[in-house]
Design a protein around this ligand. Structure first.
Ligand SMILES: [Zn+2]
Length: 488
């Protein structure tokens, strides 16, 4: 899900003082180096876990919010407030809850983990699972390279632990690392409780990346192994979150460990596109992956966020509905493109039929339409020559406002709002603000238009990302209005 949740502690000063404590323990660890390398490694790991636990607890408190911790559909704040505890899913399957679940399958020859959660929660999840079984971790399977799924890997892994991931895992990890500063800003816009980039605790042990799988599986490939009499299958399932998606299957018990294959909630309309920003997700690969998984006949789905789902018939019907909904949106988009509809027309026109209805609090159908359009034809829409050149419309806004006059434009924006056309209001307001960034009437109209959109989102599809974005723009507008009214 979220790739940059690791930067959450209260402030840098606080983190620094904590680091001094850690450093002292690390020096002690260094002295051990001359005596026993394994012992030194253990001391260092323990010291890091102590520090991490304090940082993680502070971050969780900081996020606060109104949520009561009852995570129902996996919004970021709900997830971080989810208590860390162990749920027993089946006789030999345990799940440490958290932002990202860490799932452990116990066998007589060692344990297998599926996903390792968010690094900030590693100490508590590790302790919770070790209380169930402290047998060595034989294998860790990582569902994909997002930070909330791989964060605890090096703390859970022992010397001989084998890591299995998708063939694209390293490449996905690379691009997420290279674009981390940019993605961080985007995430912080949506999740304003994150500290600023240069205020975040930049500590080596919390840093994203650096995981090298020992074994990889490719798209729609199966890798099977047996440990302590338990058969495991790792399957490459592209098209979901990340181009490096795998799931794990226990054929004897018909349990599917789904990672983020379905998104944070099951069932829901999937994130064919994530507006946080990430590489494109391929809709027909997703459909093919569902066709690959459905015949397994899962009786339990254990996701890496929120709770498991039980019941073969319901799971099968839900998977079919997700599959058909994505296929439907895809086919309607392609048909619309072929019949000469624009992407904006298709975003307005394509709706899920009643029998394929799914919640859209994570993925959203109209954004999926646009994403499918762009996936096939990329960014040039053959609508205007200006699309081809680095001179966006907003470069003429200030001149346009000067010619049209801000009073006339403000009145136009107000009329749009009265007609219920909030987005048109925002278009006109942007023209006015390009010329007069402190025009209080324009800012007030922007505030009203955003409120209309937020109200519609909260009472409509309740898409988390749409709501976060609108809230962020509203607080930006309120701050600008405040700074104008406080001027002498
Ligand atoms: Zn996730």
């Amino acid at each position: 899900m979220i790739n940059t949740l690791q930067g959450l502690a209260r402030n840098r000063g606080w983190v620094k003082s904590l680091l001094l404590v850690v450093l002292a323990v690390l020096v002690a660890g260094g002295l051990w180096l001359y005596v026993d390398e394994d012992a030194a490694r253990d001391v260092k790991k323990k010291a890091e876990l102590v520090a991490l636990e304090a940082i993680g607890d502070a971050a969780t408190r900081r996020i606060g919010g109104d949520s009561d911790g009852e995570a129902s559909h996996g919004s970021a704040v709900e997830l971080i407030k989810r208590p860390i505890e162990v749920q027993q899913v089946a006789e030999n399957v345990y799940m440490a809850t958290g932002v990202g679940n860490v799932i452990m399958v116990t066998t007589s020859e060692g344990n297998v983990l599926f996903d390792t959660g968010l690094v900030l929660q590693t100490p508590r999840q590790l302790a919770a699972l070790q209380a169930v079984s402290d047998a060595p971790i034989h294998t860790i399977v990582l569902s994909h390279s997002h930070a909330d799924h791989i964060g605890g890997t090096r703390f859970f892994a022992g010397q001989d632990t084998r890591i299995i991931a998708h063939k694209q895992f390293s490449e996905e990890q690379r691009y997420l690392m290279e674009l981390e500063p940019y993605q961080y800003q985007r995430n912080r816009t949506l999740f304003p409780w994150m500290p600023a980039w240069d205020e975040r605790p930049d500590i080596a042990m919390m840093r994203y990346g650096g995981i090298e799988p020992d074994l990889t599986v490719d798209d729609w490939e199966r890798y099977s192994f047996t440990l302590g009499g338990v058969e495991f299958v790792v399957l490459g399932t592209p098209g979901a979150e990340g181009a490096d998606n795998v799931v794990m299957w226990l054929p004897q018990q018909k349990i599917l460990f789904s990672g983020d294959f379905f998104g944070p909630q099951f069932p829901q309309f999937p994130n064919v596109f994530t507006m946080r920003g990430e590489k494109v997700r391929k809709p027909m690969e997703y459909v093919k992956s569902l066709d690959f998984l459905m015949p397994l006949g899962a009786e339990i789905v254990v996701p890496s966020h929120l709770d498991p789902t039980y019941g073969q018939a319901q799971i099968g019907a839900d998977m079919q509905r997700i599959r058909d909904a994505v296929q439907y949106v895809h086919d309607q988009t392609v048909a619309g493109m072929n019949s000469g509809r624009t992407v904006y027309q298709l975003m307005q026109e394509i709706k899920l039929p009643a029998e394929l209805d799914l919640v859209q609090n994570h993925g959203k159908v109209d954004w999926a339409v646009r994403s499918i359009w762009d996936y096939y034809m990329t960014w040039f829409h053959f609508e205007s020559t200006t699309e081809l050149y680095p001179v966006p419309a907003r470069e003429v806004y200030a001149d346009l406002a000067a010619v049209a006059g801000s009073e006339g434009l403000v009145s136009l924006a107000r009329n749009y709002l009265l007609q219920g056309a909030a987005v048109k209001t925002l278009h006109v307001v942007e023209v006015v603000l390009a010329a007069e960034p402190a025009n209080s009437q324009a800012l007030a109209l922007r505030q009203q238009a955003l409120s209309v959109l937020l109200n519609a989102a909260e009472n409509g599809l309740q898409n988390d990302y749409e709501i976060y974005w609108l809230q962020s723009r509203l607080s930006d507008t309120a701050a600008r209005l405040d700074s104008i009214s406080s001027r002498p």
